[in-house]
Every structure is written in structure tokens, then in C-alpha cells.
Design a protein around this ligand. Sequence first.
Ligand SMILES: Nc1ncnc2c1ncn2[C@@H]1O[C@H](COP(=O)(O)OP(=O)(O)O)[C@@H](O)[C@H]1O
Ligand SMILES: [Mg+2]
Length: 255
Amino acid sequence: MLRKDSGSISVKSKWTKTKWLLSDHVLRRFVPETKLFTRSSLNEMTDRYKMVYFKPTNGTGGSGIARILRTSPRKFRVKKDARTFEVSSASALFDQLQKIAGGRSYLLQKGIYLQACRGLPFDLRMTMQKTGGGNWVPSVMFVKLGKPNKVVTNYHQGGKLALVEQTLQRSGYTSTQIDHYKRQLKMLGIQTARRFDRHSVRFKELGLDVALDRNGRLWILEVNTRPNFNALKSLADKSLYRTIVRYGKMYGRTK
Ligand SMILES: Nc1ncnc2c1ncn2[C@@H]1O[C@H](COP(=O)(O)OP(=O)(O)O)[C@@H](O)[C@H]1O
Ligand SMILES: [Mg+2]
């Protein structure tokens, strides 16, 4: 049943949203393995993957995120913000991560080796917005280039926005490949929007964070239900900001 509600809703929990993606037979292939952080899931994930991301279940803006690298069978290097430390056992790793978590719920996610452009790792943002008629539109896509020495690409952590074509071109992709990725991003956006619609028709905007790995594969890192609009003002090309605001007006996000 379609409810006519004004305003949009948001869901904070990355765990809830990841489970929604995993329940979709198309989307699940694009989701890196994700588990709630416990001692046993930490052992499992670090046995399986050389790189694991540690993210607050209810976090935003790239805060609280750490990256775990297995440097030898028992050694781990953890990087969070400007700090890097090493531990020499799985249980020491668990203790340190628990300190970082400080009682908050955390997730472990398979680490994706992000493609880089001129040495800067980047990921892609696909924004979906609903029209007055209730149809989802892939409204804008852009790139977030990470600040060197950061484990996140977020704008609020020093990341810089850039255009998809330019970035992929500079990273060595052909225009045929770029078109393919743009179509894939739209497909992921539409499929995700349909899936979220099953949970509530009151979702009006979604921002997918999609990683392109060094083997050319796309991975959905997370879905934002209240994507940041302001960062788009930083782009020289103001047409993306104008587009996101134009759609935002239809559901009262922007004036
Ligand atoms: N599994 C992962 N592998 C590689 N990089 C990741 C992974 N998860 C997150 N990141 C990096 O951290 C950033 C922030 O993570 P994200 O899940 O989007 O949380 P937030 O809600 O804080 O933005 C991503 O844009 C990406 O640059
Ligand atoms: Mg994000």
C-alpha cells in the first residue's frame, strides 16, 4: 500500500540496511561480507581477509572508522585517524578494538582495495531521489577522493569531490568502460531504491557509497538515507548541486 506522507525518513543502522541489501538476490553480490563485531566474528574475518574495516553501526561522516591489516599470521596493524598501532595477537587486537568501540555497536566489513586516481583512493556516490509522482530517479553521481593517509574518503574528513568521467578517465578507463560503470551505478541505485521501498515508501532520497576495487569490481559500502547535499557546493560544476536541490524540493528537503 502506498502511503501519502510528506517528508522523508531515515535509518541510521548500517547493520539493518546491510541486511536489507543482502535479502536482494541482485544486490547481495555487491555487498562485501559484513558481520557484527564480536570476538569470534573478528577472528573469522581477520582469518579470511588481509584487510578488514571496523565501522560504528550507527556512524556517519567517516567518524570512528578503523582499518585492520594483517601483516603476518599473528600481527595486525590498525589505522584510525592519524593514529597507527600494531598488536601481536588476536586477543590484543580484540581488546584494542573494544576500547575504540567504547560500548557502541560496531561492524566488521571485508576491506576493499579502492581504485586510485593520481595516487588518491576514491569511491563513488550515487544519489537516488523521488519525484512528486513517487518515482525514483538516479539524480547525481560523483566521486570522493580520499585525503592521503586517511582510511576514509568522506568530505568531512578532508575528502574532495570530483566528477565521475574525469576521475575514471584519469585512472585509465576507456569511455566504454566509464559508460558501463555509470550504467551499473544507476542499476544499483534503482535496485536499492526498490528494495528500500519494500520497507517504507517514505524514503525519498538515498546515497549509495560504492567502491570500485583495483580489479574493476563495484561494491556497495553503505546506503545513506539522509545524504549530504552541501558538499556538492564545493564542485566547480554547480549543475550537480542544482539538480540535487531541484529534486529535494519535491519532498521538502530543500527550499
Ligand atoms: N569495506 C571497506 N573497504 C574499503 N574502504 C571502506 C570500507 N568501508 C568504508 N570504507 C571507506 O570509509 C568511508 C566511510 O565508510 P562508510 O561505510 O561510508 O561510513 P560513513 O557513514 O561514516 O560514511 C567510505 O566512503 C570508504 O572510503
Ligand atoms: Mg559513507
